[in-house]
Design a protein around this ligand. Structure first.
Ligand code: IDP
Length: 143
């Protein structure tokens, strides 16, 4: 297995529920190391840019409105097979389909407000990490 980095977002609904620490605990328990993190309140332009691949989808405007409705926590997780393992920890996009014990089963209420984001492939992880963090903001976790 390869050491990978993936982009994680705790979305406005989960930040509003005050479960940042609970979610970080899941990440650390799973063996991920957080190598960068920041709280942000996205502008409309930032949210539109991040989700540009979805701009023709019917839910795009609602998604941008939701993602700008409050602060988010953005972090880079590092670990073995991080992209896929983080997606497994999050659970299905629609919380109604998410397996018990996943973040979306525990913290999301609907497909529109589904608590977390995670990169879906190594290529998108690299692009999404660069969208939010400069190279020098990524910290080596060697201890
Ligand atoms: P993902 O977040 O599980 O990778 P994507 O298909 O990339 O799912 O969609 C991005 C986000 O857009 C989802 O997390 C969800 O918030 C929203 N979304 C996706 N599909 C729908 C839908 O059918 N209705 C409403 N919102 C959706």
């Amino acid at each position: 297995m390869a050491l990978e980095r993936t982009l994680s977002i705790i979305k406005p609904d989960a930040v509003g529920k005050n479960v940042i620490g609970a979610i970080y605990n899941r990440f650390e328990t799973a063996g991920f190391r957080i190598v960068a993190a920041k709280m942000m309140h996205l502008s409309t332009e930032q949210a539109e840019g991040f989700y540009a691949e979805h701009k023709e989808r019917p839910f795009f405007r609602a998604l941008v409105d939701f993602m700008t409705s409050g602060p988010i926590m953005v972090q880079v997780l590092e670990g073995e097979n991080a992209v896929k393992r983080h997606r497994d920890i999050m659970g299905a996009t629609n919380p109604a389909d998410a397996l018990a014990g996943t973040l979306r089963a525990d913290y999301a209420v609907s497909i529109d407000e589904n608590a977390t984001h995670g990169s879906d492939a190594l290529e998108s992880a690299a692009r999404e990490i660069a969208y939010f963090f400069a190279d020098e903001e990524l910290c080596a976790r060697t201890r």
